[in-house]
Design a protein around this ligand. Structure first.
Ligand code: DX5
Ligand code: ZN
Length: 214
């Protein structure tokens, strides 16, 4: 599988977001990871659909929108209308039957759908929805903030998931060039990374080091 790198704009300088996005786009990013936080599901607040809409105007990169919010069903349509190409929902915030329904709706709109799970949530919780998901986003930190340390106990989880799921496996949290090799070996093919990429002196090199890690 080709490895894709998804810079997470949570670690970008939001006072010049346009420039920051173009920086990662020209450095070879495959998609843009956008973290949506509501101060309820996670202890932090970020941005809503209005900002996503303006982001979609300044980049050609697919928008990978990670919803860390309670009652995500209320907001899916607004994020789709804002230009999201990929929407990730957390299993901690949605029932299996609601996920199935939303996945069907998103596929009709040509938006790919992912299911995410926190480090403490076992794979058993997502088993029944895997057949409706295009990808799984495995959290490798407790969601809420960029710049946290990668939790290595997710590696066996990824290996196990790889054996039961054929779609893409994305990993998010604490990803750098060192853990990337282990993640790829475990079966991940999309690597989201915020602070490592946005704080790097050489953005292109940082993205390539993640993509080519083995
Ligand atoms: C964490 C977010 C991540 C975060 C990753 O809640 O979902 O996408 O921005 O940032 P780093 O790579 O710095 O851990
Ligand atoms: Zn994220």
């Amino acid at each position: 599988m080709r490895i894709k790198v998804a810079p997470s704009i949570l670690s970008a300088d939001f006072s010049c977001l346009d420039r920051e996005i173009k920086k990662v786009e020209s450095a070879g990013a495959d998609m843009l990871h956008i973290d949506i936080m509501d101060g309820h599901f996670v202890p932090n607040i970020t941005i809503g659909p209005v900002v996503v809409k303006y982001i979609s105007k300044v980049t050609r990169l697919p928008l990978d929108v990670h919803l860390m919010i309670e009652n995500p069903e209320k907001f899916i349509d607004a994020f789709v209308a804002a230009g999201s190409n990929m929407i990730t929902l957390h299993i901690e915030t949605i029932s299996a039957s609601a996920f199935k329904r939303q996945a069907g709706r998103l596929k009709k709109k040509n938006v790919s759908v992912g299911i995410s799970l926190n480090p403490a949530t076992p794979l058993a919780k997502i088993k029944s929805v895997l057949k409706y998901a295009d990808f799984v986003l495995v959290m490798s930190v407790n969601p809420g903030f960029g710049g946290q340390k990668f939790i290595p106990s997710v590696l066996p989880k990824i290996k196990k998931l790889r054996l039961m799921f054929e779609g893409s496996i994305s990993v998010d949290g604490g990803v750098n060039d060192l853990v990337a090799a282990e993640l790829i070996h475990a079966g991940a093919d999309i690597l989201a990374s915020g602070s490592y990429i946005f704080c790097a002196k050489n953005t292109k090199q940082a993205i390539e080091r993640i993509r080519n890690a083995r």
